[in-house]
Design a protein around this ligand. Structure first.
Ligand SMILES: Cc1cc2nc3c(=O)[nH]c(=O)nc-3n(C[C@H](O)[C@H](O)[C@H](O)COP(=O)(O)OP(=O)(O)OC[C@H]3O[C@@H](n4cnc5c(N)ncnc54)[C@H](O)[C@@H]3O)c2cc1C
Length: 475
C-alpha cells in the first residue's frame, strides 16, 4: 500500500477574499447551530420554553456523532453500582455497567430514548441488559426529526456555518449553502457544533487537547458488521472471562494476530456493542492519533487511515474470532468520529475533581454520572476512573457561557471543561442534557431581550424542571 499523505498543504500563503453579501434568510429568537445530541436537546428545550427556534445543520440529517459517525450506543446515564458487572455476564453483551439507583438525566433524553424504544430502534436500559442503550441510527434520524417537528422547531439542513455577525455580541450566523451565503439573525445563538465553531468565530478563547502538550483525543471510524453469530460469540466470551473487562476484550487473540502480522492497530483491545438487531454488532476500535478535528488536512488523513484500520479489524475478526466467520462490514461512519477538538474557556471550567468527587453547584443545569474515560491520544491504552457509587456531578450554567462573549450559549462536547473532565461530559446523554439547558437559557434570554449571563439561574432551573429535566437529585 502506498504511504498515506498526512497533508496536501504545500504553501504558507493566503489569498484575499472580496467582501460579499449574504441573503438574510430568517430571523428567530433562538438559533441552534449543529443538530447532534446537544443540538437536538437545545432546539427542543428552547422551543418548549416558548421560543421561535431554527436548528441549522451541515449534513442532510440530524444526530451528529450518533448517526453520521455511527456512535450507536448511548453510554450509561445512570449512577454506578458499587459492584460493576464482571465481563462475560449474561447480559446482551459484555458490559461494565452493573445495577443502578436510577437515571441522572431525563427531560429531552428520556423522550428520545422512549421514542426510540417505541419504534423498535433501541433497547431500554434495565438491570438485565445493562444501562448502555444500543440504538439503530436510521431510527434515530427519523425519531429526531419527529421530536423536532412535534416541538415546533424549524430546521435548515445542508448549511455550514462560516461566520457570525455582531462580533463578540453575536446577533446572527452566516452559512455556506448550495444557494450561496445565507444569514440567520437571532436573539440568542446556541453553539452545538461539537467544535465550538460559532464561539471561535465570535472570538471566544478556547483550548484543544491536554494541557501538557495539546494532544487531542484519538479519532475513531466506527462501523457495523452483520452476518454475525451472537450465540457463538457469547459462548466464546463466557469461556474466556479473563479476556474481557466490560466491553473491552480479545487481548490474546489480538496479540497473536499482531505477532503474525495479521493486525496493525494502535490499540490493544476491541470495544463491541450490541445493537437492537441480533445479527449485528457495532465496533469501536480504529484509533487515529496525532490529529485535530478542526484541521482539514488532519481530517482527510484520519478518514483514510480509519478505513485502512477498519479493513484490518474486519479481516482479523473473520479469521480469529468465533461468531465472525461469515460477518461483513455493512456500514461505516459517513465521517470519522472526533472525540474532542475545541473546548471553550467559559465562566467556569469543570475539572476532573468536580467529576470524581461528584461536586454540587448552585447554578446546576445538568448532571452526569459517566466516568472519566480517556482514550490515549498517543497510542494504546484507555484510562477509566469512576465516580463514587450512586453519585452524580453537577454541571454549572457557567460552563455553557463563553467568557467575554454575549448572546451565545455553548452545549455538548465543547463546553468549558478540562481535558480530563471532557472525557466524561462528552458522553451523548450528557450532551443532550447540556443542550437542553443551553436551549432553555437562550429562550429565556431572548424573551427578556437580555444576554444569557443575565438570566436568573433559578428561572432556568424551574423551566428545566417543568420540562422534566433533572437538575436536583435522582430523577
Ligand atoms: C468514536 C467515538 C465514540 C464514542 N462513543 C460513545 C458512546 O459509546 N456512547 C456515548 O454516549 N458517547 C460516545 N461518544 C461521545 C458522543 O458520541 C459525542 O461526544 C456526542 O454525541 C457529541 O454530541 P454534540 O452534539 O456535542 O456534537 P456532535 O454529535 O459532533 O454534533 C455536532 C453537529 O454539528 C454539526 N456541525 C458541526 N460544525 C458545523 C458547522 N460549522 N455548521 C453547521 N453544522 C455544523 C455536525 O454536522 C453535527 O451534526 C463517542 C464519540 C466518538 C467520537
Amino acid at each position: 500500500m502506498p504511504p498515506l499523505a498526512r497533508t496536501v498543504s504545500n504553501t504558507r500563503e493566503s489569498v484575499h477574499l472580496p467582501s460579499r453579501q449574504a441573503e438574510l434568510l430568517a430571523e428567530t429568537d433562538v438559533l441552534v447551530v449543529g443538530g447532534g445530541a446537544s443540538g437536538i436537546g437545545a432546539a427542543i428545550g428552547a422551543a418548549d420554553a416558548g421560543a421561535r427556534v431554527i436548528l441549522a445543520e451541515r449534513y442532510g440529517f440530524m444526530g451528529g456523532c450518533a448517526t453520521a459517525a455511527l456512535v450507536m450506543p448511548l453510554m450509561s446515564y445512570h449512577t454506578q453500582h458499587p459492584e460493576p458487572r464482571k465481563a462475560g455476564a449474561e447480559t446482551l453483551f459484555p458490559t461494565d455497567h452493573g445495577a443502578s439507583n436510577g437515571p441522572v438525566i431525563s427531560g429531552v433524553l428520556a423522550r428520545l430514548v422512549d421514542r426510540l424504544v417505541a419504534r423498535g430502534g433501541a433497547l431500554p436500559p434495565s438491570p438485565e441488559t445493562g444501562y448502555v442503550v444500543p440504538f439503530d441510527p436510521e431510527v434515530f434520524i427519523r425519531v429526531a426529526l419527529e421530536l423536532l417537528d412535534e416541538a415546533g422547531v424549524d430546521y435548515l439542513l445542508h448549511s455550514v456555518a462560516s461566520g457570525v455577525t455582531g462580533g463578540q455580541s453575536v446577533n446572527g450566523v452566516v452559512f455556506e449553502t448550495k444557494s450561496g451565503a445565507v444569514a440567520i439573525r437571532s436573539g440568542v445563538t446556541v453553539d452545538c457544533t461539537g467544535d465550538a465553531d460559532i464561539a471561535a468565530f465570535a472570538g471566544s478563547r478556547y483550548v484543544i487537547g491536554r494541557d501538557r502538550d495539546g494532544a487531542a483525543g484519538p479519532m475513531t471510524l466506527m462501523f457495523r458488521m452483520v452476518g454475525f453469530d451472537r450465540e457463538r460469540f457469547m459462548a466464546y466470551v463466557r469461556a474466556h472471562p479473563d479476556q474481557w473487562f466490560g466491553v473491552h476484550g480479545l487481548w490474546d487473540l489480538m496479540r497473536e494476530a499482531t505477532l503474525r502480522g495479521d493486525l496493525d492497530l494502535q490499540r490493544e483491545d476491541i470495544l463491541f456493542f450490541g445493537t437492537p438487531h441480533p445479527g449485528e454488532v457495532s465496533i469501536n476500535c480504529t484509533r487515529v492519533t496525532g490529529v485535530v478535528g478542526t484541521d482539514v488536512c488532519d481530517l482527510t488523513y484520519a478518514e483514510r487511515e480509519g478505513r485502512r484500520q477498519m479493513e484490518h479489524v474486519a479481516r482479523f475478526l473473520r479469521r480469529y474470532v468465533p461468531g465472525f466467520h461469515d460477518a461483513y462490514v455493512v456500514q461505516s461512519g459517513a465521517t470519522i468520529g472526533v472525540r474532542g477538538s475545541r473546548r471553550i474557556v467559559g465562566d467556569y471550567t469543570l475539572t476532573a475533581d468536580d467529576v470524581l468527587e461528584a461536586r454540587k453547584f448552585d447554578d446546576v443545569v445538568g448532571r452526569g454520572a459517566y466516568p472519566i474515560d480517556i482514550h490515549n491520544p498517543q497510542g494504546p491504552g484507555t484510562l477509566l476512573r469512576r465516580l463514587p457509587p450512586d453519585e452524580a456531578y453537577d454541571i454549572p450554567l457557567r460552563c455553557l457561557l463563553p467568557a467575554g462573549i454575549d448572546n451565545l450559549c455553548v452545549a455538548g462536547k465543547c463546553i468549558s471543561a478540562t481535558y480530563e473532565a471532557h472525557s466524561s461530559i462528552r458522553a451523548a446523554p450528557i450532551c443532550v442534557a447540556t443542550g437542553q439547558a443551553a436551549g432553555v437559557c437562550a429562550a429565556l434570554a431572548a424573551r427578556e431581550a437580555i444576554t444569557p449571563r443575565a438570566v436568573e439561574v433559578s428561572s432556568i432551573q424551574q423551566e428545566l424542571t417543568r420540562q422534566g429535566a433533572d437538575v436536583r437529585g435522582i430523577a
